[in-house]
Structure formats: structure tokens, C-alpha cells
Design a protein around this ligand. Structure first.
Ligand SMILES: C[S@@+](CC[C@H](N)C(=O)[O-])C[C@H]1O[C@@H](n2cnc3c(N)ncnc32)[C@H](O)[C@@H]1O
Length: 246
């Protein structure tokens, strides 16, 4: 499995991943958590803290962790009152929470075997009947809507720096793996641009497969939603899964 190098790009993460659009999911998440009366949260792939920081401000008890030290450093600098730790969703234990979250396709970075390991470990961090909430690229959507040609998926100017990202992706339909090949240009004024080349694999799942894997590893699906919180239909690229510890 190829790893995405968050370290090199951590300081640009909020720009390149368009943090405003990630933030737009926060009210949906909060509504789901309130509906299930969740009071304590563990975010196990917190990145730069987009969900953890928001939920803390909304009065939930929040702890957050991430595998990548650079991402954690940025999260800490943005949200000084949140307890951020460096940790691994497959193995770290922090106590018992009403819900564990892993948002913005983070789980796609794990191999299928490691995803199962993560579900079992998440169970150890949950109270009885605790919730596990995550989103992931949906195979049913991807097999019909996959873009085969190279395309520019992001272009933005911030102060005097331009950011442009090219994507040239491949999909292995049999293995259900999306290989993202990206070229990222970061150019201050008319200086020589910094060019980052990234290539990494993302696992993609059908809802049927998610249900089977969760059940096999001590969890059961409560519902599948889209990112606006409506019942999932395969016209959405991401499938938001609400699962409960059995
Ligand atoms: C796409 S980012 C999402 C971050 C954040 N949730 C957001 O919405 O911006 C995926 C994050 O998962 C983290 N990650 C990948 N593998 C991990 C693992 N095994 N344990 C914990 N975090 C991991 C990466 O370091 C990265 O910060």
C-alpha cells in the first residue's frame, strides 16, 4: 500500500483540501451526534482538527488523535483547548467514548485488513452501544463516475501564492482501489514553483461490503447517509456510515 505523505503538505492541507467545504459538513455531523445523544467524542483521524475543534466549541467532550505529527502540530496551534494526541486508529486506546469519528475519507488510507483491525480497536474505545461514524468513497458511485483523464481538481490563490493540483487517477475495479496520482504546484508570485508529486491508494467500498465488514468486527450499521445527512443513494461519491458497537 502506498502512503500519502501528509507531512510534506500538512501546512497547506487546509488550503488544498478547501477547509471551508470540509467545515460545511460540521453542522450535519453535530445534528447526527445530538440525535443520538452523544456527549463525548474521540476523533481518531483528526488531521488539522476541523471536526474536533468545532465539536469542542459546541460543548462536547472531545479528544482527538492522528497518525501524522505535522497534522497534530497544526491542529494544536488552531485549537489550543482541545486534547490532541499522536496515535494510530488501529491500535491507540484513550478510554471510553459515546462516539468515535473518522471523517473525510480517512479510513480509505487503510488496507482492508487494517480497516478491520481499526474497527475492532474503535470498539475498545467505545462505551456500550457507542457509535462509529465515518465516510468513505463509495464503489457503487465510483465505478460509474470515475474520471479517466487527467484533470485540474483544485486551483486557488491565497495572498500572493498560487496552488494548482492535477489529478490523474487509476481505478482497479477488481481490488476496489483508487490510486490517486497528483501533481501539486505551489508558487509564490512568479518564483520557481515547488512541485509535489503524490501517489497513493484509497480503498473504496460498496455499502454491502461495509455492512459485512462491520458486522464481522463487532459493529452493526445503523444507517447509511450522504454527506448532507439524507438517506444514502448511489449518486453521492461519499457514503457516510453510522454504525453501533454490538
Ligand atoms: C483526509 S485527512 C482527514 C482529516 C480530518 N478528519 C479532516 O476532515 O480534515 C486523513 C487523515 O487520516 C490520518 N491517518 C491516516 N492513517 C491513519 C492511522 N492509521 N491512524 C490515525 N490517523 C491516520 C492522516 O494522517 C490524515 O490526517
Amino acid at each position: 500500500m502506498k502512503d500519502y505523505n501528509y507531512s510534506r503538505l500538512a501546512k497547506y492541507y487546509d488550503i488544498l483540501e478547501n477547509v471551508e467545504s470540509i467545515e460545511s459538513f460540521n453542522p450535519v455531523l453535530l445534528k447526527i451526534l445530538r440525535k443520538h445523544n452523544v456527549k463525548s467524542i474521540l476523533d481518531m483521524t483528526c488531521g488539522t482538527g476541523v471536526q474536533a475543534g468545532f465539536l469542542h466549541k459546541k460543548g462536547l467532550k472531545v479528544k482527538a488523535s492522528d497518525y501524522n505529527a505535522q497534522m497534530i502540530k497544526i491542529a494544536r496551534s488552531k485549537f489550543k483547548k482541545v486534547d490532541f494526541r499522536k496515535g494510530d486508529i488501529r491500535t491507540s486506546k484513550y478510554g471510553k467514548f459515546d462516539a468515535v469519528i473518522s471523517i473525510f475519507n480517512a479510513i480509505g488510507h487503510l488496507s482492508r485488513k487494517d480497516f478491520e483491525k481499526a474497527i475492532r480497536n474503535i470498539g475498545k474505545n467505545l462505551n456500550d452501544k457507542g457509535l462509529y461514524i465515518f465516510d468513505i468513497f463509495c464503489y457503487d458511485y465510483m465505478k460509474k463516475n470515475f474520471i479517466k483523464h487527467e484533470f485540474i481538481d483544485f486551483a486557488k490563490e491565497v495572498n500572493d501564492t498560487k496552488f494548482v493540483r492535477f489529478n490523474n487517477n487509476k481505478m482497479d475495479k477488481k481490488k476496489k482501489i483508487l490510486t490517486m496520482n497528483q501533481k501539486i504546484y505551489v508558487q509564490k508570485g512568479l518564483d520557481k514553483p515547488m512541485i509535489f508529486k503524490e501517489s497513493w491508494d484509497l480503498q473504496i467500498y460498496s455499502s454491502k461490503e461495509l455492512k459485512r465488514i462491520l458486522e464481522k468486527n463487532g459493529s452493526q450499521v445503523v444507517e447509511f447517509l450522504d454527506m448532507s445527512g439524507k438517506k444514502y443513494k448511489p449518486n453521492s461519491s461519499l457514503i457516510l456510515t453510522i454504525a453501533r458497537k454490538k
